[in-house]
Design a protein around this ligand. Structure first.
Ligand SMILES: Cc1cc2nc3c(=O)[nH]c(=O)nc-3n(C[C@H](O)[C@H](O)[C@H](O)COP(=O)(O)OP(=O)(O)OC[C@H]3O[C@@H](n4cnc5c(N)ncnc54)[C@H](O)[C@@H]3O)c2cc1C
Length: 326
């Protein structure tokens, strides 16, 4: 018989992770289910290297550092974290609890659910070269996380967009040599200043060409070969050639939706009792899609989930009172 959790959170982005921590404060046995192999959601995916200035208490924090801190905070209450798994549907039982079904056939039992899955899942378009499998895990990257690994290294960015330009310029500060490969003549969705900054930098720009092959041994990548047969030294390749976004089909989970998001009550409750939504997934008047809003909504949703399970529980708690030792 599978173990039943008090709360299962769908989505390990900043909202889901903070909800997990807060649920720990409310003594709830908690599980987080995340589709990606790693945590942090959009922040990890889209802007780990950028500084975020609008989260309280931080006068500028990189996306990566913020995710690290939220992960650490969540980890302190030891929730069960399941990665590489996509929730496909939620089934409500006659006793008011839920079975979450994942795409690969797993089932998760839970008394309550918080949907913190943003607008859905995203996958990067892979680099189209024959030797990809050999180097994929270690040397081909689809986000710029753990930027220190590029220190003193030779890196190639494959992209025709502003994200690629941002990555190349961030790498330029620490890497030994940076190239950017654009399969067309122009960069897409960029401001003129972005291209000017790139052209003024030491990043070598290659237009109208593609990476056609990778070179190296079993243990290291040493270079890339371009369509025009030019060979570049490269120890790491970073690829941003677009995303495949798969919107969450919340209606199929029985949830009401508006513009692909979930309308919520003031306690973050959805149309299904026992299921709550928070973060980018949730919608209400004057909603802001920001990290800090997700944190507050996570707290509200956890408190509401707690009182769904135990109507006599306090509507909120103070950490200063709970954590008496510090
Ligand atoms: C380019 C950009 C810049 C931004 N800049 C800022 C900024 O400066 N300040 C700020 O406050 N906000 C900013 N934001 C917004 C901020 O990133 C989002 O509000 C925040 O990341 C939302 O977090 P979330 O956890 O609610 O959702 P997400 O970060 O989207 O996390 C949802 C997670 O759920 C997972 N998931 C989805 N469906 C399933 C499923 N079926 N099963 C399992 N897992 C699933 C996804 O893989 C994902 O990891 C920016 C956003 C973008 C795109």
């Amino acid at each position: 018989m599978k173990e039943q959790f008090d709360l299962t959170i769908i989505g390990g982005g900043t909202t889901g992770l903070y909800a997990a921590f807060y649920a720990g404060m409310r003594n709830m046995k908690t599980k987080v289910i995340e589709y990606q192999p790693g945590l942090g959601g959009k922040v990890s995916f889209f802007y780990p290297e950028k500084k975020i200035y609008d989260v309280g208490g931080f006068l500028g924090v990189t996306g990566e550092e913020l995710v690290h801190r939220v992960e650490e905070q969540a980890g302190s209450i030891e929730p069960e974290i399941v990665t590489d798994e996509k929730v496909k549907s939620i089934e409500k039982q006659v006793d008011g609890s839920f079975i979450l079904h994942s795409e690969d056939g797993n089932q998760h039992l839970s008394k309550t659910v918080i949907v913190a899955s943003g607008l859905g899942t995203f996958d990067m378009k892979p680099l189209n070269v024959p030797q990809l499998e050999k180097y994929n895990q270690k040397f081909i990257h689809y986000t710029i996380q753990n930027i220190k690994q590029y220190e003193g290294k030779k890196a190639v960015v494959v992209s025709d967009s502003r994200v690629g330009i941002d990555w190349a310029l961030a790498l330029e500060k620490i890497a030994k040599e940076v190239h950017i490969i654009n399969h067309s003549q122009e960069f897409k969705a960029v401001y003129e200043q972005d291209v000017e900054r790139l052209e003024a930098s030491s990043v070598r720009i290659h237009r109208n060409t593609k990476v056609s092959g990778l070179e190296g041994s079993e243990t290291e990548l040493t270079g890339v070969v371009l369509e025009n047969r030019e060979r570049l030294d490269a120890e790491h390749v970073l690829v941003y050639e677009g995303l495949k976004i798969e919107k969450s089909l919340y209606q199929e989970w029985g949830l009401e939706t508006e513009k692909g998001r979930i309308p919520v009550e003031m306690n973050m409750g959805t149309n299904i009792e026992g299921i709550f939504a928070a973060g980018d997934a949730a919608l209400y008047p004057h909603k802001t899609m920001l990290i800090a809003s997700g944190f507050t909504e996570a707290m509200t949703a956890v408190n509401a989930a707690k009182s769904y399970i135990d109507p006599k529980s306090k509507s909120q708690v103070y950490s200063t009172v709970i954590y008496k030792h510090s």
